[in-house]
Design a protein around this ligand. Structure first.
Ligand code: LP5
Ligand code: MN
Length: 243
């Protein structure tokens, strides 16, 4: 049996090929797993649990189907779906996780997270994150009608686009000292995260131990899945199928 990890699908109604690949993955692969972990940015943007669009319901349905068939599903929020809330969790059967979670993977302890908080040199982003994570602001935002929320999000996305375009790739990657600090805090030698869209398996020495950091890939041109079992793990791709 396997435990599966995915992140950075950026699902949206404008990219049906990604949604198709995700639905196939859920029905044909996740359905037979011990557990599924979604490590953030499942959605290109989640505007709130009151999104009742056909697209949002389609994604809800895939999780409902999986969890009602007995596959536990865990969800860590990313920087694009930080507004996924308890209503989504209740309706889909997924368990929402905190920003950093320590888990046991067939006897190996690992820390899992989206990965945005590891980019400690991206000060503008961290400040922005702090702002939009304020509970009172989220409470307020969740009470605004959908049409107005959509306009606010579009405006903010447009306003901040140029800031991201001016950042160096280095600033938008993880900071090694932060990686080590998080692993130390959780007393683990394995970390799994997404966010940077730089799929890789990094091994390094720290505190006289060999440690591993697995970076999940995005789903822009193909699916990307970390398959973990008793024997170890593989970072795999899933092709899009065009009909
Ligand atoms: O995901 P990716 O790779 O494209 O970029 C991320 C960071 N960007 C973001 C922004 C989100 O994608 C879109 C957010 C829409 C917000 C709508 C909010 C609605 C209000 C909710 C209130 C509860 O996450 C990007 C990182 C990049 O990852 C790599 O790590 O660099 O960060 C940015 O680009 C952010 C800018 O640097 C921030 C600029 C500050 C502008 C101040 C605007 C104040 C807005 C106040 C909001 C209430
Ligand atoms: Mn992200």
């Amino acid at each position: 049996m396997t435990t599966l990890f995915i992140s950075d699908l950026h699902l949206s109604p404008s990219h049906p090929n990604i949604t198709d690949c995700f639905a196939r993955f859920m029905r044909e692969e996740a359905a037979h797993a011990d557990a599924l972990y979604v490590l953030g940015d499942l959605f290109d943007f989640w505007i709130g649990d009151d999104d009742r669009s056909e697209f949002a319901n389609q994604i809800r349905y895939e999780f409902q189907r999986l969890t009602s068939n007995g596959v536990p599903c865990y969800f860590t929020r990313g920087n694009r779906d930080f507004l996924v809330g308890k209503h989504f969790a209740r309706e889909t059967g997924v368990t929402l996780l905190t920003d950093e979670t320590a888990i046991d993977l067939y006897g190996t302890k690992a820390v899992i997270l989206h990965g945005d908080t590891l980019c400690t040199e991206d000060l503008n982003y961290l400040k922005f994150r702090q702002t939009v994570h304020q509970p009172w602001l989220q409470w307020l935002f969740n009470r605004i009608p959908m049409t107005i929320k959509t306009k606010i999000v579009k405006k903010i996305q447009t306003d901040i686009r140029s800031d991201k375009q001016n950042k160096s790739l280095d600033i938008m990657d993880v900071t090694q000292s932060e990686v080590e600090a998080v692993m130390d805090r959780h007393q683990v030698s394995l970390m799994i995260h997404g966010h940077t869209h730089r799929p890789n398996i990094h091994t390094f020495r720290s505190c006289d131990q060999t440690k591993t950091r697995i970076v999940l890939g995005d789903w822009y041109t193909q699916g990307s899945v970390l398959v973990f079992n008793q024997e170890g793990f593989t970072l795999e791709k899933r092709p899009f199928i065009f009909s």
